[in-house]
Unconditional design. Structure first.
Ligand SMILES: Cc1ncc(C[n+]2csc(CCOP(=O)(O)OP(=O)(O)O)c2C)c(N)n1
Ligand SMILES: Cc1ncc(C[n+]2csc(CCOP(=O)(O)OP(=O)(O)O)c2C)c(N)n1
Ligand code: SF4
Ligand code: SF4
Ligand code: SF4
Ligand code: SF4
Ligand code: SF4
Ligand code: SF4
Ligand SMILES: [Mg+2]
Ligand SMILES: [Mg+2]
Lengths: 245, 357, 181, 78, 357, 245, 181, 78
């Protein structure tokens, strides 16, 4: 017998604190796969953000710097400029990246900082208990949109992969999902490509991953996974928005 | 002794940082410290270092956090409103035990204010404007030479105590030019290696994690006590001050930075007038030179604290002096035309002299 | 001994330049010096002032309320600042731009020179500041004329070093106004 | 007993059932017995070993990386 | 007396704000204050008010600035790191003489820290974490009823003194439930009209300008003295504290907010044990109840200050007591499992009792 | 004789502090024209930012709130929500809006806040003495790019009118210039339209105005004006990027 | 007189609900009350604790180190917390989930009830918390059973008011365990 | 003397010369005498009044709103 699937080496052999069915764990695994694939675990410095993924360092067996909420791209800029020989990635949620951290992600992209940015869009503030996020869908109920997001008052869900793609410094911008084996394979490829861009010094690479938050969506894991397909993907189209060669 | 050059205070900070081996600068424009990034942008890229004009003060402090987490000497500079914006980042750096230099060439305030010399950021610097209870080193240069020397000292102390350092000055000391002597710098040989710095694991068995999150039972409390002990050690070992005419003083004039310079001339005037007036200037604001104040007030029970504000350092002076010493205050909150003259401070000395004891 | 001098004019008259020059000259003579510029409320095209101190002793305040010497290059600066000077202060006034009729103090050691005309005569209107600083130095002797001239190399940008002889001429011309008296 | 192609780490499984969705052959089912963590874990019944293609889609889908997949080596155990 | 309800402290703040006529809320999510925006998002839009979950804490404080500049009662709430980010905005509000309520349900820190009850933001709140020298009202509720009452008081004081108000509490007081009595509120009739508020000129002849920029000769200094005088008036008139057993006390235990609640039980234990122990709790942290401390220490020369930090308010206590009074400190910096018990504080009382005088 | 051009009523009859040839003054006049045109001077609340235009209130005869650097859109949000009956505009420079205030402008636009946003792009930080701005052109020298902006290290000039146009909450986004009578007339129309959008409650309206900074560009007014044509417009194309009907 | 009780179990056992209920009952009786929840380090699915105080006097600390009464609903909570109680404290243990063999203290006034089974018998497993609080109230008399029952209306969401009779039955069943002894 | 179509407020003019650029007829020139502010102001020579079309482009272009433009009313002064 030959092992065809097992835990990547960059991922520690520990249980996560994520809720059942939460796809943060899966996205972690894909990132670890990418590090394994390029053999860069020993050179990689991860930059953790504040959100349910704050414990990055408990799961990845790499050096990690914790950034204040929203500031991972600025911290990563400091890290990568100081250690250009290392492989650097950020990992942020939608509250972190598309609300408080809007400036930092846009300017890191615009400067063409040579690191890999992972963006987990689960249309909610997971860690703080389910408030409205910049990506919360119209009509979606949350702790702070009890009647559902009202675009007239709360504004529109932000399509970050498109916004980032529009900046001149961005080399690669893509949106993927992890709600089906097919999408997972595509997501894994996109994440690898985003690391490849960095390793080839091509500049800023951005991967938006649609993810589920069963807990704050008030659904079980299967229903949440289904919602990614039926509600999120129609709004947040999957695709490659920029790919500089 | 190397040749003396005529240099502005702000430039001396930049030169001091380069001398101390700082090769990473992150900043955002703001008057009256713009000479620093201007100098750094010209010099650092030549040296193969990093100069980034960030999109904001918040980005700058977090870039500093990142570069410092890698184990490098790094800095940012700004002025009052910009420093307010850095408070969260400073708290994170302190919580993550990261060294690094934050230069504040104070503006007058509050709010937008103006660019005149001001000392109204004393509380923010010394009592720490960020959340969560921490301390940072705070130095207050009063001359161009000190702008250079204390920049270097800040990097050394900051590395030794794994604590961010603030350099607090204003447009008087920042834009004034004086003779600067560039002393050769060597890294203190007893500075601990930065074994906490992220590098990529490089086949180390242990992960390095730079963080401020401690959720285990009792962990955060212990972490806070550890930071506290370090601050106590700093207090024990690193208090610095300048004293003059203290032995026979009947009145001691105190103040820091630019106010102290003006006060010093007033003290000289008083001495010339035959008055027994002493001078005591904190050089480190944190640790505050409590010992010097306690000592000086064994015999002298009358103090006059001068600040370019409505009164902030005066609280630390009161907390540091002998119980029966009286501390008077004279303040000129900043603004156009509000810099006190030595003559004005001399008049204050005359007013308070002989009132004590 | 501490010398202080307050220099004031409008932007473009070269006040800050001679402030720097004087301070550098002090350094060359091994003195302690300070140079403190200030701009007033108007940021653009307004007044330019600076205060320079040269001393054997340590310098405390780089600014003092009642200066003991002054170089005043135009009327507006005269009007704004003349009251500040210490009685007996040396005061060089640019009579080209300051109305002789309206002088407000008679307790100063005033020297009046038509600096604009003198500079033009030397061949360059911009030399008026050099004439002024030469005159001041010869009178107050805070620094030697040699030091002042030596400092030119330090203060002028490389590309202007070819003008050093002309500047020296201007300094000497200024100094001569005192020495001849 | 042949060794199992699909091994689900019961202690890691949080019972989300996403693997059941992923398996094209619907070989995985959910247990009715709580595991130590208080979840009803996924089960790969021994009986299914035959039908399993070792495609690993179940493992790909598992957010908790609780599944390992093996494949019979071609040509048997030489 | 209206019916008493069982209400959590955070909700009481929100209810108090609505009772005081606040119809504009701007915030950004952060634990442990999330109940406040959750409640406000449900209630305010029903009332025709504004609820905005802003993109950041910085945006929130500036939206508050805007709404307040229009003359309306408005608020924001956050927790420690979020409050650090608001420091520039708070300084601008203070400099622009704008009222407004800023609620800080403290987290433990520094940096990211945790959500446990903490008092390590005392310095930031009371010594003002923003730049430029200003003051804000700071109230420290210790019960659910006070969360409600002091929210209302904050709006009144803030309007009266044209100064932002901070409400400083933590997860203990914020998440605890107690009986709350909703007292009817009427706007104090002597509150000055907001004749400075922007409305559009509406054919007024004068422009209204809400700003902090004063560049005229001496203007900014005068502006600072004006703000200072207002703070002095506040100090004179608005100190609030709660005292108990002070008359015969040989040791006074002090602390604010959650620590004070725990300490109060310890004081009761001491009284039951026959010890003459008193209790003095600042309700307003700025103005600090200096008078109450000065008065209480005329006879009692021994104090014990308890804080959920390594020691911050203790400085103000030391500055306020009679010269010959001794102030001991007991701190538990916050973190999981670091909340002191009344028994623990009672042991501290026993340790210090009888040592003085 | 009939007066065909005179100072608009909304503009005070005072001298400005702007440098000779600085087009801030001209843009002020166009904004005042728009207020006069719609007769809204008495209802208007201006929000000043920090930059050379900080003295807004000294020139416009209207109520004004001063915002901290970069935060005018957040302040204006507070103002407009509190006084929906008033007419509100912001006026920001490129440092203010496109650097420190990136988040605030993007989210105000995305929420579709119903105010008018004026953006003066002069490719530099005017007030602080000419540092590199987010819109500084490649190769342009400045106080902090002494060798010229190096896109590899400093990133790319940001095209804000396009970025703002891409957000769902934006109703109107346009870029104009004021370097020739023709462009000035078009700019005036665009500014009026941006006020009209607000007055008709159509949502967020954004006008980017290319402007000159002779002082920090180290040029006289004529050369600076010429540079707008020859260097700025080719990079920052004039045009309407969004116009929701 | 001040009553304090520490209630502990795992998420879902309804500990916070009966904490609220007890506190509200105190209010209905005109007492001072406090309710303080805490969640432990584990945020999800972990322990749920709360402390409730009911008093005629003002309540100081809402938390105390050594509680004088307890309701402990599962083994983990027992192991973690049993050492804290004051000697002589009333302690209701859910014997359905707590191992009788391994009890660690004999200085408490312990009452053991198989709450899970009793609740199931009443018809709903979720009633175990109501049985517990009824038993506690009957024993410690911090509030009357009537107040407790009256508080149900305040604490249960409107849509669950139809279950009030069942809850009252459970409270009574719990109380009966004490009264009958 | 006819009243001038174009009036330049000398005190406001900062001498930027942008108006000279704007005038399609090149009627405006720069003075050689400093004004009170120390600038060389723009001048609209009396002789040009005839040629001026009152198109106001000069005024449109002036950053300092220093120019007022008048037009002869059609049909003269009725
Ligand atoms: C300055 C600051 N503001 C707010 C918070 C509170 N906070 C923690 S995580 C978070 C957002 C989490 O949402 P997201 O980024 O979408 O990540 P998720 O948990 O959904 O993965 C917030 C607002 C904080 N820690 N710091
Ligand atoms: C928080 C903060 N950071 C920095 C500054 C300093 N500052 C004042 S104006 C300005 C930028 C001006 O540039 P811009 O917005 O482009 O306006 P301009 O002057 O070019 O019209 C800066 C950085 C400040 N006042 N506050
Ligand atoms: S709260 Fe949501 S995002 Fe966070 S771990 Fe649970 S499911 Fe995942
Ligand atoms: S490996 Fe493929 S066939 Fe086998 S259980 Fe998993 S998904 Fe089903
Ligand atoms: S996907 Fe993983 S965690 Fe979910 S049920 Fe299957 S094995 Fe368990
Ligand atoms: S510095 Fe530039 S932007 Fe500012 S007023 Fe002068 S020309 Fe205009
Ligand atoms: S109005 Fe027209 S023609 Fe007359 S001067 Fe002005 S631009 Fe020239
Ligand atoms: S455009 Fe205006 S300011 Fe410039 S020269 Fe002409 S009249 Fe003078
Ligand atoms: Mg999220
Ligand atoms: Mg600009």
């Amino acid at each position: 017998m030959k092992t065809v699937f097992s835990r990547p080496a960059s991922l520690k052999d520990v249980a996560t604190h994520f809720c059942p069915g939460c796809q943060h764990g899966l996205i972690h695994r894909l990132v670890a796969d990418a590090m394994d694939h390029f053999g860069v675990q020993q050179q990689t410095i991860g930059v953790a953000s504040v959100g349910c993924s704050v414990f990055l360092y408990e799961y990845f067996d790499i050096d990690v710097v914790e950034a204040p909420h929203g500031r991972a791209p600025a911290v990563a800029t400091g890290v990568k400029r100081a250690r250009p020989e290392s492989c650097v990635f950020t990992y942020q949620g939608d509250g972190d990246l598309a609300a408080i951290g809007t400036s930092e992600i846009i300017h890191a992209a615009n400067r063409g900082e040579n690191f890999t940015a992972l963006f987990v869009n689960n249309t909610t503030y997971g860690m703080t208990g389910g408030q409205m996020a910049p990506t919360t869908l119209p009509g979606q109920r949350s702790l702070t949109s009890p009647e559902g997001r009202d675009v007239a008052l709360d504004g529109y869900p932000m399509r970050m992969a498109e916004v980032i793609a529009a900046l001149d410094g961005t080399a690669y911008s893509v949106r993927v999902a992890v709600n089906s084996p097919k999408n997972i394979l595509a997501a894994g490829k996109a994440i690898k490509k985003a690391f490849e861009y960095q390793l080839e010094n091509k500049g800023f690479a951005f991967v938006e991953v649609l993810s589920s938050c069963p807990t704050n969506w008030g659904m079980d894991a299967l229903a949440a996974n289904e919602r990614v397909e039926t509600e999120m993907i129609p709004y947040f189209n999957l695709g490659t928005f920029k790919e500089r060669s | 002794m190397s040749e003396r050059q005529l240099v502005a205070g702000n430039i001396a900070v930049a030169m001091g940082a380069l001398a101390a081996g700082c090769r990473h600068y992150f900043g955002y424009p703001i008057t009256p410290q713009s000479d620093i990034p201007a100098y750094m942008s010209a010099e650092l890229r030549k040296l193969g270092g990093t100069f980034i004009q960030a999109e904001s003060e918040i980005a700058s402090i977090n870039m500093l956090l990142g570069a410092s987490a890698c184990g490098f000497r790094a800095m940012t500079s700004s002025s009052s409103p910009g420093i307010s914006l850095k408070q969260e980042g400073i708290s994170y750096m302190a919580g993550s035990e990261l060294p690094g230099l934050i230069v504040n060439i104070c503006r007058s305030g509050p709010g937008l204010g103006g660019i005149d010399a001001s000392q109204a950021d004393y509380f923010q610097s010394v009592k720490t404007g960020g959340h969560g209870g921490y301390r940072t080193i705070v130095v207050a240069p009063a001359s161009v030479q000190e702008m250079y020397d204390l920049t270097i000292l800040s990097f050394d102390l900051s590395d030794r105590y794994r604590m961010p350092a603030l350099l607090l000055a204003d447009s008087l000391v920042g834009q004034m030019k004086e003779a600067l002597e560039l002393k050769p710098y060597t890294l203190p040989s007893d500075l601990p290696a930065k074994e906490w710095a992220v590098t990529g694991k490089l086949w180390r068995s242990d992960q390095r994690i730079v963080k401020s999150l401690y959720l285990g039972e009792g962990e955060l409390e212990q972490h806070n006590w550890k930071l506290w002990r370090r601050a106590e050690e700093l207090k024990e070992k690193e208090q610095r001050s300048e004293g003059k005419y203290l032995d026979d003083a009947k009145l001691i004039v105190t103040g820091f930075g630019s106010a102290a310079r003006i006060a010093k001339t007033a003290v000289e005037m008083a001495r010339e007038a035959g008055m027994q007036v002493g001078f005591l200037r904190p050089i480190t604001l944190f640790p505050f030179p409590e010992k010097a104040f306690a000592e000086a007030t064994v015999s002298c029970k009358q103090l006059l604290c001068v600040e370019l504000s409505t009164g902030q350092m005066v609280e630390d002076v009161r907390l540091s002096v002998a119980r029966d010493a009286e501390v008077a205050f004279y303040g000129r909150p900043p603004g156009t035309g509000s810099l006190p003259t030595p003559e004005e401070l001399f008049a204050q000395i005359q007013k308070h002299y002989g009132k004590g004891a | 001994m501490t010398h202080d001098v307050f220099m004031t004019g409008f932007g473009g008259q070269g006040v800050l330049m001679i402030g720097n020059l004087l301070a550098y000259a002090g350094i060359l003579e091994g003195k302690n010096v300070s140079y403190y510029p200030s701009y007033g409320v108007e940021k653009r095209g307004g007044a330019a002032n600076c205060m320079v101190m040269v001393s054997d002793a340590e310098i405390g305040s780089p600014v003092i309320g009642a200066p003991s010497a002054g170089i005043i290059l135009n009327q507006a600066s005269y009007d704004l600042n003349i009251a500040r000077f210490k009685p007996g202060a040396f005061c060089l006034l640019n009579s080209s731009l300051i109305d002789e009729g309206a002088l407000k103090r008679d307790d100063l050691a005033t020297v009046r020179l038509p600096l604009n005309e003198m500079a033009l005569e030397l061949g360059d209107a911009r030399l008026l500041n050099m004439i002024a600083v030469g005159c001041y130095a010869a009178s107050c002797q805070s620094v030697s004329l040699d030091a002042l001239k030596g400092a030119l190399k330090k203060v002028l940008p490389e590309r202007n070093h070819r003008f050093i002889p002309l500047n020296i001429q201007a300094i000497d011309l200024g100094a001569a106004q005192i020495n001849k008296g | 007993m042949p060794s199992m192609k699909v091994v689900i780490d019961e202690a890691r499984c949080k019972g989300c059932a996403l693997c059941t969705l992923a398996c094209p052959k619907k070989l995985i089912r959910m247990s009715e017995k709580l595991n130590r963590q208080g979840f009803l874990p996924a089960v790969f019944p021994e009986a299914c070993n035959q039908d399993c293609t070792s495609c690993a889609l179940c493992a790909q889908m598992c957010p908790d990386v609780a599944i390992t997949v093996q494949k019979e080596e071609k040509g048997g155990a030489q």
